[in-house]
Design a protein around this ligand. Sequence first.
Ligand SMILES: Nc1ncnc2c1ncn2[C@@H]1O[C@H](COP(=O)(O)OP(=O)(O)OP(=O)(O)O)[C@@H](O)[C@H]1O
Length: 253
Amino acid sequence: MSNTLLQTSDATPSIIVDHVTKQFLKRNTHSFKEAFIRWVKRGKVRADQFKALDDVSFQIGEGESVAVLGFNGSGKSTTLKLVSGVLEPDAGRVFTRGRVAGLIEVGAGFHPELSGRENVYLNAAILGMSKAQTDARFDDIVAFSEIGDFIDQEVKHYSSGMFMRLAFAVAIHVDLDVLLVDEVLSVGDAPFRQKCYAKIEELVAKGVTMLVVSHDMGTVQRLCRRGIVIHEHKVLFDGGIEEAVEVIKSTPH
Ligand SMILES: Nc1ncnc2c1ncn2[C@@H]1O[C@H](COP(=O)(O)OP(=O)(O)OP(=O)(O)O)[C@@H](O)[C@H]1O
């Protein structure tokens, strides 16, 4: 078995995913009625384990910008959730260095009953910012999000694009070392997306490590220099982004 921890790279590692396996349950009963009948007959509700990630290893150096590519259901989001700490691996280990902020699900961490303003403070606090630090950056966050007067509206009335703008604005205004971006950029309209790309490029230039999941090859080619292709829950390719895009295009679905 190769040892990921001993792999060398020019940069100090920021993320280490070391022989990680993640299993989920695949239930084979499809309805409550079916489950009930099995229960009455004292049969078991069958639940098979399946591996969403199977012995996945990679290491990402500080300041690298890396895309995770793969078909639907291959395990990309699961990879990001393991790196963010939302999920725990069943086998293997995940290490991250510094403060990790994830834009993993649009508005994750946002409370629907609270206003945009309250959610900014809540999310900034979750990401480790003090009230004084958030006060100092609040106007920039709102300006970046272009939410305007809606900032005092409960976020349950926001459109998905507004949610994403505010979540993104908070995440990029905290001091972070690792930014995880899962597909959220696709929610914004074209001008806002351009602004996000520019901001992400600025963060990468400052040395922030980025892990991006996207099906949009244009986005990943613009933002990332390296691509990891996950296929059928294993790493199929890890290398330059252009080659990674070729690998995904030539892999049979
Ligand atoms: N909490 C969960 N419980 C059960 N199965 C799950 C869970 N989360 C993910 N899965 C399954 O794990 C597999 C990998 O899912 P994942 O969301 O990581 O794929 P993905 O590559 O991000 O897909 P997509 O491109 O469609 O977003 C899928 O089969 C999915 O159904």
